[in-house]
Design a protein. Sequence first.
Length: 79
Amino acid sequence: MLVAPDARRRGVGAQLMQAAVASAQAAGKKLLVLDTAAGSDAERLYARLGWIRAGMIPNYALWPDGRLCDTSIFYRLLG
């Protein structure tokens, strides 16, 4: 999930994640998994929303400028 830079810190990301969780629950899903850049604002958002950090993979992804970045893996149990 990406939120446009000018829309960040307004609750948009939290609303999108809550809608995604609600949709997954309605579809009968029991487990959700996601990954994000370690140390990012998104990582803090997911933790605040109750997602559990399972671990980190070093140098797994790229920043837009091509630099490698670590990736945090999160999960959330539903229902």
